[in-house]
Design a protein around this ligand. Structure first.
Ligand code: NAP
Length: 248
């Protein structure tokens, strides 16, 4: 039986890169997506062509019943999860705080924070030795924005990612003696579609001069850090937030 990896929001961007690398590393992969089934099926087909095993499963991570059903579907198709990557995340169009309404704030927190908590909960229920599990690893996708604040762009998203950092530290301590490691990766500016949803598809090109390495990152450069944190190579690492940002 292959170890089982769940990657939320894996139809494109960093999640798709994690899914592909995870399959190459020997995991059976659940490629979760919310809307774009065709893109998720493409990731699954790439994995199958390379000799790996994957399934695409739809669920909105902010909806509790859908998260519960997602993990049950993985139990039934691949087996209980050994590894979870809380990657699904969203931005809203760039705005100042004074222009943000409650509906926007609720959606940003629901997907980025509640979604990460709900998926972590389902994973812990399966992985924890306290519940008869065999342990496991969780990696959360944070952002450099959590510490920089994203002024004038999306302070709401930055605050949500700060909550993801705190989830990482707190849950890591909570389950450290139950066979589960919990870490986060904190990317800087990475070439994906997320910047278009923030209203500025070319954002990486605009801000890359502020990166010490003077370039944006590729999704695979983030995925390699995620895979290391999931692996036995990181067996004594938990509660860590690893910057993958071309310098600080
Ligand atoms: P992306 O290209 O916009 O992809 C987002 C993925 O999440 C898509 O597969 C999308 O699926 C899925 N998704 C969105 N809402 C979802 C929901 N409610 N339930 C399930 N899936 C959902 O994003 P990305 O740039 O790869 O970002 C991945 C993670 O890295 C995010 O947490 C992001 O905050 C973080 N990050 C990114 C950067 C960057 O510069 N790119 C920097 C720092 C942190 P559908 O298309 O099917 O909706």
């Amino acid at each position: 039986m292959l170890p089982v990896l769940m990657v939320t929001g894996a139809s494109r961007g960093i999640g798709a890169a994690v899914a592909r690398l995870g399959a190459a590393a020997g995991y059976a992969v659940c490629v979760n997506y919310r809307r774009d089934r065709t893109a998720a099926e493409r990731v699954v087909a790439d994995i199958a062509r390379a000799g790996g095993r994957a399934v695409a499963l739809q669920a909105d991570v902010s909806v509790e019943a859908e998260v519960v059903a997602l993990f049950q579907a993985v139990d039934a198709t691949l087996g209980p999860v050994d590894a979870l990557v809380n990657n699904a995340g969203i931005l809203a169009p760039q705005a100042r705080v004074e222009a943000m309404d409650a509906a926007r704030l609720e959606r940003i927190l629901a997907v980025n924070v509640t979604g990460s908590f709900l998926c972590a909960r389902e994973a812990v229920r399966r992985m924890s030795t306290r519940h008869g599990g065999r342990g496991g690893a969780i990696v959360n996708l944070s952002s450099r924005a959590a510490r920089l604040g994203a002024a004038g762009e999306y302070v709401d998203y930055a605050a949500a990612k700060a909550a993801v950092d705190t989830l990482t530290v707190g849950l890591a301590r909570e389950v450290a003696a139950e066979g589960i490691r919990v870490n986060a990766v904190s990317p800087g500016v990475i070439y994906t579609d997320i910047h278009a949803s923030g209203g500025e598809p070319g954002r990486v090109e605009r801000v890359k001069e502020s990166v010490p390495m003077k370039r944006g990152g590729q999704p695979e450069e983030v995925a390699r850090a995620v895979l290391w944190l999931l692996s036995k190579e990181a067996s004594y690492t938990t509660g860590t937030i690893l910057d993958v940002s071309g310098g600080r």
